[in-house]
Ligand binder design. Structure first.
Ligand code: GRF
Length: 202
């Protein structure tokens, strides 16, 4: 039986698309069963629709407080009984109600080699700092900002000619492959966490 993935997005959804494409192979071991977003009208939701996947949207502004939004998001995810929730370009921090439900099986992807350059502008900050190598990180979400235990990382070179966009696009090409590979391995082989150390495999 393949693992059930709920994928959360806020934008273009190219990482989501990579997971949808991987889901077509039964040997992959995981499949996207639903897509959630924090805003309507994004390309990622069109991708979900084209793939025939159910989708839900919960905007923070539709709720009186952040806790209400968090509970609604957690409830919407739980309705699809996910084995893993994947944050793939989801530009919101979740709080305790969500983490209490999905902590330890909520993975995020970030376009830098954490702990360097957490937050909203990983590629921009890597360029500004002048690093020659950056990359992407798949990690288990905890209550910090891009601070949870690292599951996998891949390095990407920074070129002198890069601007934020060219660097982020080069990272995203690697990131999609790393996300698909890591989620598939977690689904097929399981994982364990000891302190900050994540190990895939039984
Ligand atoms: C990715 O680089 C992700 O790490 C970052 O935003 C980008 C999302 O890209 N937070 P997409 O929406 O999957 O195309």
């Amino acid at each position: 039986m393949s693992a059930r993935l709920v994928v959360l997005i806020s934008g273009a959804g190219t990482n989501l698309q990579a997971l949808i494409d991987a889901s077509a192979r039964t040997s992959y071991g995981a499949r996207v069963v639903a897509v959630g977003a924090d805003r309507p009208g994004i390309e990622g939701l069109a991708r979900a629709e084209r793939a025939g996947l159910p989708a839900f949207v919960h905007r923070v502004s539709d709720y009186p407080d952040r806790g209400g939004w968090d509970r609604a998001l957690a409830g919407a995810c739980a309705a699809f009984e996910p084995d893993l929730v994947v944050s793939a370009g989801f530009m919101k921090l979740v709080g305790d109600p969500f983490l209490n439900r999905f902590g330890g099986r909520f993975v995020n992807t970030h376009p830098s080699l954490l702990p360097a350059f957490p937050g909203m502008h990983g590629p921009r900050e890597a360029l500004a700092y002048g690093v020659k190598v950056t990359g992407c990180t798949i990690f288990l979400v905890d209550s910090g900002i891009d601070a949870g235990p690292v599951v996998a990382q891949a390095a990407v070179p920074v070129f002198d000619s890069d601007d934020e966009n060219t660097l982020h696009e080069r990272i995203k090409t690697v990131e999609r492959g790393l996300l698909v590979d890591t989620v598939g391995r977690m689904a097929r082989d399981g994982w364990s966490v000891r302190g900050r150390k994540v190990r895939i495999g039984r």
